[in-house]
Ligand binder design. Structure first.
Ligand code: HEM
Length: 189
């Protein structure tokens, strides 16, 4: 059943795919091998050979967002696949055991009251479009906890970097123990 779920996405770094890999930057922890191209496919597919790595994640229900925040997000955000969004970032993230040992209310407190993750993120909508994929519930063989995906126009690259800088200095990021920043350009050629 899981293999046919449309909530499951695979990110395959290798020699095929419409996204050219411009950079693979280790932010915290180990780097990943830099492939030439990235393919994003819904559901679990046989990885095209040769490939460097394949990461999977599933979209899911919200964990932290409250009703007023959800309405504000829905009001401001735009979807993926906009023609002007020729730049993208895949940022796989793992959080520490200390994070996962917290209770839901403790995590929410760090996520929004202390770190303003949504408050900061809102300022960058609709320039940055995003999709969050969870990996933990797929089992133990996934190296990361989250695969975060962002799309934006080239002129919004600086805004995206500012957003990352703000989040990475927040208390929430003290719990991030592995993060890789993969930058991409849409290029069918
Ligand atoms: C574009 C602006 C952004 C907005 C509006 C935004 C908004 C959100 C929201 C609403 C959630 C919570 C979803 C829930 O309730 O479960 C969330 C979770 C998350 N976001 Fe963002 N975000 C943004 C940018 C980013 C960036 C740039 C990163 C990574 C570098 C990131 C990484 C994450 C992660 C890892 C989670 C999951 C946190 C957890 O469950 O522990 N977000 N984001």
């Amino acid at each position: 059943m899981a293999a046919t779920s449309t909530r499951l996405y695979c990110f395959t770094g290798g020699s095929v795919g419409p996204w050219r890999v411009d950079a693979v930057l280790p932010v915290i922890g180990m780097a990943l091998v830099k492939p030439q191209r990235l393919a994003v496919s819904p559901a679990s597919t046989t990885p095209p050979a040769p490939h460097s790595w394949q990461l999977s994640g599933i979209t899911s229900n919200d964990r932290y967002v409250e009703r007023t925040e959800k309405l504000a997000l829905l009001n401001k955000q735009e979807g993926l696949g906009r023609p002007a969004s020729t730049h993208a970032a895949l940022i796989p993230i793992r959080k520490s055991a200390a994070w996962w040992a917290l209770t839901q209310d403790e995590r929410r407190d760090i996520f929004e009251r202390q770190s303003a993750h949504i408050g900061i993120g809102m300022k960058y909508l609709p320039k940055i479009a995003r999709r969050l994929h969870h990996c933990r519930d797929l089992g133990h063989d996934q190296p990361f906890d989250f695969l975060t995906w962002f799309e934006y126009a080239p002129e919004d690259s600086k805004a995206f970097d500012d957003l990352l800088a703000a989040l990475r200095t927040s208390p929430e990021w003290a719990y991030v123990d592995w993060e890789v920043d993969i930058r991409l350009t849409f290029d069918f050629g």
